[in-house]
Design a protein around this ligand. Structure first.
Ligand code: FAD
Length: 370
């Protein structure tokens, strides 16, 4: 991947400006994507879906149709470089035709997307509420309507780090006034999270991508909900709860149990809002869980262990959000107790990629350990 981007920027110096200052995460993400694409080439529908998503995702970087050719030329040069004499004329022709196909599908998908929505939105931070030393709740007003469903996430760019986008779950169901809440936890050494928590104030501008993600409220009103939110993983499950509470005005009141966890009780940063929600919707039970606080009045222990003791998951949909380790441990434990299609969470690979441990590379930049 280093060769690919070095070649791209050497041949097209003007393109460097489209990419962030540090390329580490871009290289890791694009490598993963290329590997997945190669693996699915026999499945045309899946390939087109992945390429289309890639094209839509890249619009927010300012990528235009004219940029596909130089990128795929650099990719082909990388194949020649890495393949050496192993790359026969027949293989080279296969690479070329695959890359032409990629470019055509991506151009078409980007053009269709551009007809329905902008490449990015400018958002004004209308409230910045520092709840704990490391967590802030930001309320953002997008400059144009931004469509999303409860449970989805957006990508956010802070002015401090141009072209660096990070995912944050939207913490509310769609509102008439269009305002969006995100819950951000500053991670040690993290670029965007620290910028949003410690170096951001009311009136600041941020950039927002379109919403993505498959976590959504189940259509079946017959089923109750068990929600599990660890740390800022509370954000998407809170949006889902708000959506269910809003829908209850027209139909059945679904029972909702929310397990909300943190290491210590003082890190449970949203209990006041949750109490307001509970008073408005008595079918909601909120169970606070602190991992390391033996004299805590709520439940004590690891969130997956506490959720495991939930009396019954019969006729329930379960939503799990939080750090990758928590989501995978909870999903692993619960998959023995309910069918997989009732267990909803963001993709584990994306969550794991977000927090790969870093080691310094030769240029002193941080590189995820392999
Ligand atoms: C689908 C999805 C939804 C997300 N929703 C939210 C959300 O609602 N709220 C939220 O705060 N975050 C959320 N994240 C995580 C978020 O996207 C960023 O990864 C996180 O804010 C760190 O970004 P950064 O730029 O500050 O750190 P980076 O500059 O990317 O990383 C710097 C260092 O921090 C480490 N690191 C990265 N993430 C973590 C972590 N979570 N814990 C500990 N160390 C870490 C890295 O290994 C690296 O060493 C979500 C991630 C995904 C994939």
């Amino acid at each position: 991947m280093e060769y690919l981007y070095a070649r791209l920027f050497a041949d097209n110096p003007g393109l460097r400006g489209l990419f962030p200052y540090t390329m580490t995460q871009t290289r890791v993400a694009v490598f993963g994507l290329l590997a997945r694409l190669v693996g699915m080439l026999d499945d045309e529908e899946a390939t087109q879906g992945a390429l289309g998503q890639l094209a839509r995702d890249h619009r927010k970087f300012g990528v235009k149709e004219k940029h596909y050719r130089p990128f795929f030329d650099a990719l082909f040069a990388m194949a020649e470089h890495v393949g050496g004499p192993v790359l026969t004329a027949e293989m080279a022709a296969a690479w070329r035709s695959a890359l032409d196909y990629f470019a055509a599908v991506m151009s078409a998908a980007a053009a269709v997307d551009a007809q329905s929505q902008p490449a990015w939105w400018t958002g004004e931070v209308v409230q910045h509420d520092r709840r704990t030393e490391t967590v802030a709740v930001l309320t953002i007003r997008p400059d144009r309507p931004l469509t999303y469903a409860a449970g989805q996430y957006i990508e956010v760019q802070a002015p401090r780090w141009p072209r660096v986008w990070r995912r944050y779950s939207i913490a509310n169901a769609p509102r008439e006034n269009g305002l969006i809440d995100i819950h951000v936890r500053a991670v040690p050494g993290g670029l965007v999270s620290n910028a949003l928590v410690s170096h951001c104030a009311t009136g600041d501008a941020v950039l927002l991508s379109s919403a993505r993600g498959d976590m959504a409220v189940p259509a079946d009103p017959g089923r109750d909900l068990v929600c599990v939110g660890g740390g800022t993983g509370l954000a998407p499950v809170k949006a889902i709860i708000e959506e269910v509470v809003g829908a209850a005005r027209h139909g059945r009141r679904r029972a909702i149990t929310l397990y909300v966890g943190a290491r210590r009780s003082r890190d449970l940063y949203d209990m006041r809002d949750l109490e307001t929600l509970r008073l408005a919707y008595p079918s909601l039970t909120v169970i606070p869980v602190a991992e390391h606080e033996l004299d805590f009045a709520g439940r004590v222990g690891r969130l997956p262990d506490v959720v495991w003791t939930h009396p019954s998951f019969r006729d329930c949909d379960v939503y799990v959000a939080g750090p990758a380790g928590l989501v995978s441990a909870t999903v692993k434990a619960l998959s023995r107790r309910l069918p997989g299609d009732r267990l909803h969470h963001d993709p584990l690979e994306a969550l794991q990629l977000a927090r790969r441990p870093a080691r310094p590379d030769a240029l002193g930049q941080s590189v995820p350990a392999s």
